[in-house]
Design a protein around this ligand. Sequence first.
Ligand SMILES: C[S@@+](CC[C@H](N)C(=O)[O-])C[C@H]1O[C@@H](n2cnc3c(N)ncnc32)[C@H](O)[C@@H]1O
Length: 174
Amino acid sequence: MPKVQAGKTFRLWCAASSSGEEPYTLAMTLADGLSSTPWEIVASDISTRVLEKARSGHYDMERAHNIPQPLLSKYCLKGTGSQEGTFMIERSLRSRMQFMQINLNTALPKLGEFDVIFLRNVMIYFDTDTKRQVVARMLPLLKPDGYFIVSHSESLNGITDVLKLVSPSIYRKP
Ligand SMILES: C[S@@+](CC[C@H](N)C(=O)[O-])C[C@H]1O[C@@H](n2cnc3c(N)ncnc32)[C@H](O)[C@@H]1O
């Protein structure tokens, strides 16, 4: 597990966050697990269209199937009346999240350092050289001992030798 330092804000970057389901689920998990430790999430994507959807935090109920039920009932508001069949992410979670347009293929803006970086299901769009460049560009933003997480169908084998494999899809920066 990532080390949580007393008094320090736990920072997570969800790169390629698409329409927000992934970073909001991570936000619910942090809110549930970190109790009094402050935390924040930067969620980024290249597409302004999906970022607009993500910022709204408003989804059709059918999109809730990947969110564990206890988190759904604790952190989401069920729509009623004209909003029947939808749900809204609670404001207390949304206020800790920053949505930004970032193209991982160009120089990154100053984002500070993160305890954990998620880069899931986006490298499928990149060739091997681009994957290497993208990961190399992101690594300076990961704290030592920080975790870099890809999806179960991805691997960083041959992409970087800086990160150490902890378990399938989870890497750590020494
Ligand atoms: C399949 S979705 C993955 C969403 C989420 N990470 C997940 O695993 O469910 C891929 C996302 O990558 C974004 N993307 C594609 N190329 C990108 C780039 N060069 N920089 C940032 N995001 C990019 C797309 O806009 C899309 O939202």
